[in-house]
Design a binder for this molecule. Structure first.
Ligand code: NAD
Length: 324
């Protein structure tokens, strides 16, 4: 892991001046902090949150000190509301450059406590945690890919799509199975996004903080963690800023952790990869897959005779182009 000192978190801040940054869940906590930091360094910000009063307050505070901000009430579970948020930013500022998919909620619904309905049958689970923390993030990501692609090539500078994971991305969170599943999935999403987007100079990254004292914490959570050092909110905000603004190729597609109250650590890409056997082949293919190259160009051709024999094997799980 590579330590990133506090005084390096804003080392590339000059790159975001004049850029348009869209942040979900910007009414509180990390999202609000990140909005202020981008605005401070000259970015125009597009802010969404399910809580209209909070996100309006963030935007107003930025405008009051001379910054540029637009806001919309936006529930990330709702595709149309997310489209409206991106479109509002695009219409106000002419482009979107950086997307921070930050909105998230804690575990709700008690997945492990299977209750009975009025007929004595098992109740369907409440999936809000997955809907916000994973489906909502996928919507934001897809819209990010679309809107970042609309920036004319001559105007493209710092571009990034950054996700907010958690310590639960890498370790089980007791009592938070759906939260853990959603945050772990963001690590699964990262290599594929990086493989496709780094050729377009769109940075990717997942920032994984340890517990931090924001609106997501309950009093019960605070009591449970009493005496345990928390990740300072400004440091997490700085890690998100750095993941988005960094100019280095080596830090693109990486996981950034704040594992305790200490410094930010960056996990090099290769440390997140399985190696050996089929994984080596897959890693090489991912590295070779470029934007204009079709998947069929990046895979070996096999003869028509051989193709049926691949069915059912591990190799057949990857598309192969058949030579007639
Ligand atoms: N604070 C922590 O301990 C911690 C640790 C690891 C990861 N995280 C992650 O950080 C991110 C930000 O959380 P935070 O700690 O700043 O908490 P927070 O509660 O202070 O902020 C989250 C914001 O997201 C908004 N939001 C909730 N549901 C939404 C929805 N459906 N659509 C749009 N906005 C919605 C909330 O209104 C709130 O303003 C989340 O993804 C969270 O999972 C937090």
């Amino acid at each position: 892991m590579v330590d990133v000192c506090d005084n390096e978190l804003y080392a590339h801040a000059a790159r975001v001046s004049g850029q348009v940054v869209l942040i979900t869940g910007a009414g509180s906590g990390f999202g609000k902090g990140v909005a202020f930091e981008f605005a401070k360094y000259g970015s125009k910000v597009v802010l969404g949150d399910v809580n209209a009063d909070c996100v309006k307050a963030t935007a107003d505070a930025i405008v009051d000190v001379g910054g540029e901000a637009v806001w919309r009430q936006c529930d990330v579970r709702d595709w149309d509301q997310q489209v409206a948020l991106f479109q509002a930013g695009f219409e106000a500022f002419g482009r979107i450059d950086i997307v921070i998919a930050n909105a998230g909620i804690r575990e709700i619904g008690g997945f492990m406590d299977v209750m009975q309905d009025e007929n004595g049958l098992p109740q369907k689970p409440v999936t809000d945690t997955l809907d916000v923390n994973l489906t909502g993030v996928l919507y934001t990501t897809r819209l990010g890919i679309y809107y970042l692609g609309r920036t004319p090539e001559s105007q493209r500078a710092a571009r990034a799509i950054i996700h907010i994971g958690s310590m639960a991305s890498m370790a089980a969170l007791p009592g938070g199975v759906m939260y853990t599943a959603a945050k772990t999935a963001l690590l699964g999403l990262l290599p594929g996004l990086h493989a496709s987007l780094h050729h377009q100079n769109i940075r990717t990254g997942v920032v994984c903080p340890w517990f931090s004292d924001t609106g997501i914490m309950t009093d019960a959570g605070r009591a449970f963690l009493q005496g345990v050092p928390l990740a300072p909110v400004p440091r997490v905000v700085g890690a998100i800023f750095r993941a988005a603004s960094d100019a280095e190729e080596t830090s693109d597609g990486c996981v950034w952790t704040i594992p305790d109250d200490g410094e930010v650590c960056r996990v090099p890409r290769e440390h997140m990869q399985l190696v050996g056997g089929v994984y080596t082949v897959l890693n090489e293919r991912l590295a070779r897959t470029g934007p204009r190259k079709k998947w069929s160009d990046a895979t070996p051709s096999v003869s028509k005779d051989l193709a049926p024999r691949l069915v059912g094997s591990v190799v057949s799980a990857t598309p192969v182009s058949v030579v007639n």
